[in-house]
Design a protein around this ligand. Structure first.
Ligand SMILES: [Cu+2]
Length: 172
C-alpha cells in the first residue's frame, strides 16, 4: 500500500521535472560566440584539472597503503588461532600466548551455535563472539596480563553447555 502510494507520488513528481528539463533544453537561445570568455574558462578548466591531479594522486597512493584488506596476519606478528566449538568442548589450535602479542581467533562451530567468550581470573568477560556452523568469525584480542584465562560457552547449546570450558595460558 505504502509502496504503491510512493510509486505514484514519484511518478507524479518526475513528470513535471522531466517536462521542465525538456522545455529548457529545447527552448534555449541560439549559441552566441563568447570568444574570450570561452577561452578563459577552458584555461581555468585545464589548470584545475592539473591541480586536482597533483593533489589527488599522492592522497590516493597514500591511502592505498592504509588498506586493511588481504593482509597476512602471520606477517604482521599476529598469532592466528583456529577455534571450533563442539557439543560440548572447544578445539583450539593453540592455548598458550604471550603478553602483548595480538591474537586472532578464527571461530567456528561443528554443530550448533555456541558463544566463544574469554574471561580473566576474576571471571570478568573480556571479549566474545559467536561460534556458528558454516561461518568463521574473526575475534582479535591482545592479552595485557599474564595468567590463566577461561573460555566459556555463552550460548546455551544443550545439556553439557556448562561444561564447555577451556583454559588459555598467557605468559610474559
Ligand atoms: Cu556451546
Amino acid at each position: 500500500m505504502l509502496q504503491s502510494i510512493s510509486l505514484w507520488l514519484t511518478i507524479l513528481l518526475v513528470v513535471p521535472v522531466t517536462a521542465t528539463f525538456l522545455w529548457v533544453a529545447f527552448s534555449r537561445p541560439a549559441a552566441v560566440d563568447a570568444g574570450d570568455l570561452t577561452a578563459r574558462s577552458y584555461r581555468l578548466r585545464d589548470w584545475s584539472f592539473w591541480v586536482l591531479l597533483a593533489v589527488v594522486t599522492p592522497v590516493f597512493l597514500y591511502t592505498l597503503t592504509l588498506m586493511p584488506y588481504g593482509t597476512d596476519p602471520e606477517a604482521e606478528g599476529v598469532q592466528a588461532v583456529n577455534v571450533t566449538g563442539h557439543m560440548w568442548r572447544w578445539d583450539l589450535s593453540q592455548d598458550e600466548f604471550r603478553v602483548g602479542e595480538p591474537v586472532q581467533f578464527r571461530v567456528t562451530s561443528q554443530d550448533v551455535n555456541h558463544g566463544f567468550a574469554i574471561y580473566d581470573e576474576d571471571m570478568t568477560l573480556l571479549t566474545q563472539t559467536q561460534a556458528m556452523p558454516g561461518y568463521t568469525n574473526i575475534l582479535e584480542y591482545t592479552f595485557e596480563q599474564p595468567g590463566t584465562y577461561q573460555v566459556l560457552c555463552l550460548e546455551y547449546c544443550g545439556v553439557a553447555h556448562h561444561a564447555m570450558v577451556a583454559e588459555l595460558t598467557v605468559t610474559e
